[in-house]
Design a protein around this ligand. Structure first.
Ligand code: ADP
Length: 276
């Protein structure tokens, strides 16, 4: 029998005693539910662009001319452009899902290595040049140099890139994004500060959830998948660190990645998430 997440088994012994065993299955239920919700979300998120691509391909075929209509090259071009945009987003969704499942899965964090924070920031600025210049946004590096963190350079670059890409995506043109670094409390803080649209207080707790977007329409328009911040959070956790946000609507947001400044103890394995 099962009562409120407690699995109960009773058995009678020969001597007339009864043994009652109880096991807490709340956690396994929670994990099973999270997994079910995740699969449902993934299916929905994949079906939407696939459905759009099917409709757009039909429209493109029609616009290239068929038995009842003459070709309309301008319309054909518009549909082809939208097919390109949707398929790029779909590709991104698939690769971010793979990234997330790698981070959450059995693969352990590679041996933590000393990583120069300057190198991370330089690489991120390099990677985000195209979206930044498309909106004439300046990405600046301010702060202490020669800081070191311990972990995977690849993962840390991915995390900070996601934060800077968001800062660019959710900011008006010709604003500024600043990456700030400093030593704090024996660790290192990397903050990404923008002058963007900001985040409503009611959304602040939820934006790190998979597929959660404060504004679906805007996220879609910017090619967002709703997975970027979930990936950042996992990377922070994998590094025994954390990510926090503070934001004012209409003023801007600051995302801060806090990382330990020394290698983790050999006897203390880095926490690995158990979800999915
Ligand atoms: P997305 O792919 O939609 O950007 P993320 O997981 O990266 O997904 O972010 C989740 C949501 O958090 C976004 O849809 C957006 O509403 C909000 N968000 C993230 N970063 C910022 C930011 N710098 N400024 C304002 N809103 C942001």
């Amino acid at each position: 029998a099962e009562l409120l997440g407690v699995h109960v088994r009773a058995s009678a012994l020969d001597d007339g005693h009864v043994v009652v065993e109880a096991a807490d299955v709340t956690e396994s239920h929670r994990v099973a539910r999270v997994r079910r919700d995740f699969v449902a979300n993934v299916s929905h998120e994949l079906k939407t662009p696939v459905g759009a691509l099917q409709l757009l391909a039909e429209a493109l075929l029609e616009a290239t001319g068929d038995a009842d209509a003459s070709p309309d090259p301008a319309a054909a071009r518009r549909f082809a452009e939208r097919i390109q945009k949707e398929s790029t987003r779909l590709g991104r969704l698939v690769s971010e899902l793979l990234e997330l499942s790698r981070l959450q899965g059995a693969e352990p964090l590679p041996e933590p290595q000393p990583v120069a924070v300057d190198r991370i920031v330089a690489e991120v600025i390099d990677r985000t040049r195209t979206p930044a210049s498309a909106k004439e946004i300046e990405v600046l590096f301010r702060g202490e140099r020669e800081l070191t963190v311990y972990g995977s350079e690849g993962q840390l670059v991915t995390a900070v890139t996601n934060l800077v890409e968001n800062a660019i995506a959710y900011s008006p043109e010709r604003t500024r994004v600043t990456v700030k670094t400093r030593a704090a409390g024996g660790g290192v803080e990397i903050s990404v500060v923008d002058q963007g649209i900001g985040i409503e207080p009611r959304d602040l707790d939820r934006i790190f959830e998979r597929f959660y977007r404060a504004d679906r329409a805007r996220s879609r328009a910017t090619g967002g998948t709703g997975l970027g911040l979930a990936i950042v959070k996992h990377i922070a956790t994998n590094h025994a660190g954390r990510v926090d946000v503070s934001s004012t609507v209409g003023v801007g947001s600051t995302f801060t990645l806090r990382l330990p400044g020394r290698p983790p103890e050999a006897s203390l394995p880095l926490p690995q998430s158990v979800e999915i």
